[in-house]
Ligand binder design. Structure first.
Ligand SMILES: NC(=O)c1ccc[n+]([C@@H]2O[C@H](COP(=O)([O-])OP(=O)(O)OC[C@H]3O[C@@H](n4cnc5c(N)ncnc54)[C@H](O)[C@@H]3O)[C@@H](O)[C@H]2O)c1
Ligand SMILES: O=P(O)(O)OC[C@H](O)CO
Length: 338
């Protein structure tokens, strides 16, 4: 007999909502935690998250609340889908609210500001006894909401977590695969955001598909090289949460990170772009943290350096991209990690 779970999803933005609804449609009871009273009431009455996913019907088994305590009460599985910069302030409230047996899964594709902490590291620090995992893959929330077949990876050191989350989420239109490489899976999700900004800049400048293909391949080499230094398995980057997510985010106008790059390439100032965005583009935060960490570890990341120069060193976009594209050092074009 199928186990029925009580699940909390923390963060009522586009991804939290769509993941919560998949789980509810699979027959489980879901509580979605968000901070906006009006939106919670609308979700419960109209069965729609009109701010983030208008027109997407939500299951009766999904209930929205602005009480964190109510959302996690009796939950045996807790998903966290808030931006990386708010992740710790949310999860550090959980130890006094959930049992040590509850599984806690990060959906966030960001890095904590002020250091270089991954979401799984924050979970381990704040919830040392709970089983934990991360979910990541080529998962544009709005496409999942439209029913396009999508796939994602649940990564955990615990095989019972990967099995449980697979069974919870897997369905005809959302396929779940498992990995034990947590760092590799979450670094793929966080780092590709930076390259999606660069791809958006390239699109605004009229790069051809050949050029974008070269950019993507070099991005893959660069991000894998960095991730291996942090203990990730390079082969993870050949899968869904690596090249799969890099491809979708670097080529889709639905990606918020790509949209930021597109606007930058058209000459809009970053502050102006961010002031008018109502959803998170994690790549902006990740860029500075990644550059500092790569520099301190001595990992060459010319694409990251180039984007950083455009955003924070007042360099001309065309000049930087021209110099990035004409680099000839062999290590930038090889996928094999040396
Ligand atoms: N949208 C996608 O397609 C997608 C897919 C996969 C992963 N992700 C990742 O999931 C995470 C969330 O993304 P999203 O698309 O849902 O973002 P979003 O901008 O649509 O929503 C973020 C939500 O978090 C809430 N929030 C922000 N700070 C908070 C805080 N301190 N406390 C409580 N709530 C807070 C916001 O109010 C909003 O409801 C990001 O790391 C993103 O990279 C997104
Ligand atoms: O909209 P973005 O750029 O945050 O990307 C969303 C997902 O991470 C794509 O997998």
């Amino acid at each position: 007999m199928t186990t029925r779970h009580t699940v909390a999803v923390l963060g009522g933005g586009s991804f939290g909502t769509v993941i919560g609804n998949i789980i509810a449609n699979n027959g489980h009871s879901v509580r979605l935690w968000l901070r906006n009273d009006g939106l919670a009431a609308t979700i419960n009455s109209s069965r729609e998250n009109s701010v983030y996913l208008p027109g997407y019907h939500l299951s009766d088994r999904l209930y929205a609340t602005t009480s964190l305590r109510e959302s996690v009460a009796d939950a045996d599985i807790v998903f966290v889908a808030v931006p990386g910069k708010s992740f710790r302030e949310v999860v550090q409230q959980l130890p006094r609210m959930i049992s040590g047996d509850s599984q806690v899964i990060s959906l966030t594709k960001g890095i904590e500001p002020g250091g270089f902490r991954l979401m799984s590291q924050i979970l381990r620090e704040e919830l040392p006894d709970n089983p934990l995992g991360v979910l990541s893959g080529p998962n544009l929330a709005s496409e999942i909401a439209l029913g396009h077949v999508s796939a994602s990876v649940i990564a955990s050191e615990s095989p019972s977590v990967t099995r449980c989350i697979h069974d919870l989420l897997h369905c005809e239109a959302f396929l779940i695969y498992a990995s034990d490489d947590m760092y590799g899976v979450e670094l793929g999700g966080a780092l590709k955001n930076v390259y999606a900004i660069l791809a958006g800049v390239g699109a605004a400048l009229g790069f051809g598909e050949n050029t974008q293909g070269m950019l993507l391949t070099r991005a893959l080499a660069e991000m894998s090289r960095f991730a291996v230094c942090l203990g990730a398995n390079p082969l993870t980057f050949l899968g869904l949460s690596g090249v799969g997510d890099l491809f979708v985010t670097c080529s889709s106008p639905l990606s918020r990170n790509y949209q930021v790059g597109l606007a930058l390439g058209k000459g809009r100032p970053l502050e102006d772009i961010l002031a008018t965005m109502d959803q998170v583009a994690e790549g902006i935060n990740t860029l500075g943290l990644l550059k500092r960490e790569a520099d301190s570890r001595g990992v060459p990341m010319p694409l990251v350096d180039g984007l950083h120069a455009i955003l924070y060193e007042h360099r001309e976009v065309e000049d930087v991209l021209t110099s990035i594209m004409h680099r000839e050092q062999a290590q930038d074009v090889e996928f094999v990690i040396r």
